[in-house]
Ligand binder design. Structure first.
Ligand code: HAM
Length: 432
C-alpha cells in the first residue's frame, strides 16, 4: 500500500500541471489549426518566442503592483547569476521580440502565438500553474478600428471552434493623463469602505487603487460594484476613442456589453480593455482577455503601443465540452501486423514500412514481441485495428498473408504480391 502511494506520487505531474494524451491531444491540434486558419485570414503571422525571459521584461511590462508579478511568477537565478522568469503571459515577450526585430515609425506587426504560460496560482478547476494560451498582438498602431477588428476576430474565432454563448465585456482604462481624476474619484469612493475590505485592497488604496475594482474577494467585489463609472470620469479624447470602438463593433454586428468597472489585472493597458466570460466554466469564468497597451521595454526610450488578446486553451476546451462537444477517440492502429515465430519478425517489420509508404492515411502497428497468436490478437484488438495481417513460417513458405477482418472475424489467405491491391479495394468497407 505504502509503496504504491510513493510510486504514484513520484509519477504524478506537479499540482496545477497535467499530462495530455490522445485523443485529447487531437482536440488541441484542432484548436491550433482553427486559430491559424482564422488569424491568417486577418493578416496575422505566427511567432514563437522563448518560454523564459529576463525577469525585468515581465516586471516592467506587466507592472510591479500586479498579482502576477507580486505573487505568481516562476522566477529563478540561472548559473550566470541572471534573474530569469518562466513567461506568465505572452504579450511582454512578443513585444520584446518585435522590438528586437525593429519596427520603423508607422510600421506594424500583426502576430499570433500559442504556448505554455506559467503562474504560481492556487490550482483549482480551470486554474493551473502551467496553462496554455492562444493569443494575438497587433503592434505599432493607435487606431480604435484596430481594437474593434481585434475583438471581432476573437468573436469569429470562438464561433469557428464552436464556443458559443460567451459574453464580451468591454471598458476603457483611459490614458495616463486621465488617471489622476479617476484615481481621485475612486479614492473618494473607496476610502470610507476600506476598513471592511481585504488586506490587499487596503494596501491598493495607496499603491494601485484601480486594482480595488478587480479584487476577487466577495466582500470587496460588493463594494467595487458601487464604484463610479470610469469612462465618465475620463477626458474628451479618451471618451471619443471608446465611442469609436463601440460604434465600430455595433456596425460589425458584434454582440458585447460595456462593463463600466472592468479594469483587468495587468498594468500595461490603456484605452480599450475586454474580457470574454463563459457560463460553462464555473468560478474561473474568463475565457479570454485583452486590450490596448503601452509598454516601455527595459532600456528603451519610447513606448510601444498595440492591441491584443489571449484565450486560455484549457478553458476553450472546457467551454466547448460544456456545450456537449465530445472528444472522439481515434484508434491507435487501423492495421495490426502479427508475426509468429522468430523468422516472421523481420518480414513483419518490412511489411509495415511498405504499407505505410503505399497506403497513406492508415495507421499500421507491428508486433515484434514474438508472443503467442492469442496474446498478439488481444493487443491488436486493444489497438482498435480493423484488419490483422498474420504470418508465420507456413505463410512465409507459401508467400501468402493471412488477412483477418477484426470486425467479422473472417479470414482469407492472400498472395503477398496482391496484398496492397487487396487492401486498397476494401479500404472503404474495412476502415469506414
Ligand atoms: P490574462 O487575462 O491574464 O491576459 O490571461 C488570458 C487568459 O488566459 C484568461 O482569460 C484565461 O482564459 C487564461 N488563463 C490565465 N491564467 C490562467 C490559469 N492560471 N489557468 C488557466 N488559464 C488561465 C493576458 O495574459 C494578456 N497577455 C492578454 C493580452 C494580450 N492582452 C493584450 N494582449
Amino acid at each position: 500500500q505504502e509503496r504504491n502511494f510513493v510510486m504514484s506520487s513520484a509519477t504524478e505531474p506537479l499540482p496545477g500541471t497535467s499530462d495530455c494524451w490522445e485523443p485529447e491531444v487531437l482536440d488541441w491540434i484542432e484548436l491550433e489549426t482553427a486559430a491559424r486558419e482564422i488569424f491568417h485570414r486577418y493578416g496575422y503571422a505566427e511567432v514563437r518566442t522563448p518560454i523564459f525571459e529576463r525577469t525585468e521584461v515581465f516586471v516592467r511590462s506587466l507592472g510591479d503592483e500586479t498579482d502576477v508579478v507580486q505573487k505568481e511568477m516562476y522566477t529563478f537565478t540561472d548559473r550566470g547569476g541572471r534573474s530569469l522568469t518562466l513567461r506568465p503571459e505572452g504579450t511582454a515577450g512578443v513585444i520584446r521580440a518585435v522590438a528586437d526585430r525593429g519596427l520603423e515609425q508607422g510600421e506594424e506587426a500583426r502576430v499570433f502565438y500559442f504556448g505554455p504560460m506559467f503562474r504560481g496560482e492556487r490550482p483549482a478547476a480551470g486554474r493551473r500553474r502551467q496553462f496554455h494560451q492562444v493569443g494575438v498582438e497587433a503592434v505599432g498602431n493607435d487606431s480604435p478600428w484596430m481594437d474593434a477588428e481585434c475583438i471581432a476576430m476573437l468573436s469569429h474565432f470562438l464561433d469557428q471552434i464552436g464556443v458559443t454563448g460567451g459574453k464580451i465585456k468591454i471598458n476603457s482604462r483611459g490614458l495616463p493623463e486621465d488617471r489622476p481624476q479617476v484615481s481621485a474619484a475612486l479614492a473618494e469612493y473607496f476610502t470610507p469602505h476600506a476598513p471592511g475590505m481585504c488586506e490587499d485592497c487596503q494596501r491598493r488604496l495607496t499603491t494601485n487603487i484601480w486594482r480595488m475594482l478587480d479584487c476577487k474577494n466577495p466582500a470587496c467585489q460588493e463594494v467595487a460594484a458601487g464604484a463610479p463609472d470610469l469612462v465618465s470620469l475620463m477626458g474628451d479624447d479618451t471618451r471619443a476613442f471608446f465611442a469609436r470602438v463601440c460604434q465600430s463593433l455595433d456596425s460589425l454586428g458584434v454582440d458585447y456589453e460595456v462593463a463600466p468597472r472592468l479594469v483587468r489585472g495587468l498594468d500595461y493597458y490603456i484605452h480599450t480593455v475586454f474580457e470574454i466570460t463563459h457560463p460553462g466554466l464555473g468560478a474561473q469564468d474568463a475565457l479570454a482577455g485583452g486590450g490596448r497597451y503601452r509598454i516601455v521595454l527595459p532600456g528603451a526610450k519610447k513606448p510601444v503601443e498595440g492591441i491584443g488578446f489571449a484565450a486560455g486553451m484549457e478553458r476553450l476546451l472546457l467551454a466547448r465540452a460544456s456545450l456537449g462537444r465530445q472528444t472522439t477517440a481515434v484508434a491507435e492502429a487501423d492495421i495490426a501486423i502479427i508475426s509468429l515465430g522468430e523468422n516472421a519478425i523481420l518480414p513483419g517489420l518490412r511489411l509495415a514500412q511498405e504499407l505505410r509508404a503505399t497506403l497513406s492515411g492508415l495507421r499500421v502497428k507491428a508486433d515484434f514481441t514474438g508472443r503467442s497468436l492469442k496474446a498478439q490478437m488481444r493487443g491488436a484488438n486493444r489497438s482498435g485495428a480493423r484488419l490483422a495481417l498474420i504470418r508465420g513460417d507456413n505463410e512465409l513458405a507459401e508467400n501468402v498473408v493471412l488477412c483477418r477482418d477484426m470486425t467479422t472475424s473472417e479470414q482469407q489467405s492472400v498472395p503477398a504480391a496482391d496484398l496492397m491491391a487487396w487492401i486498397d479495394e476494401r479500404r472503404t468497407t474495412l476502415f469506414a
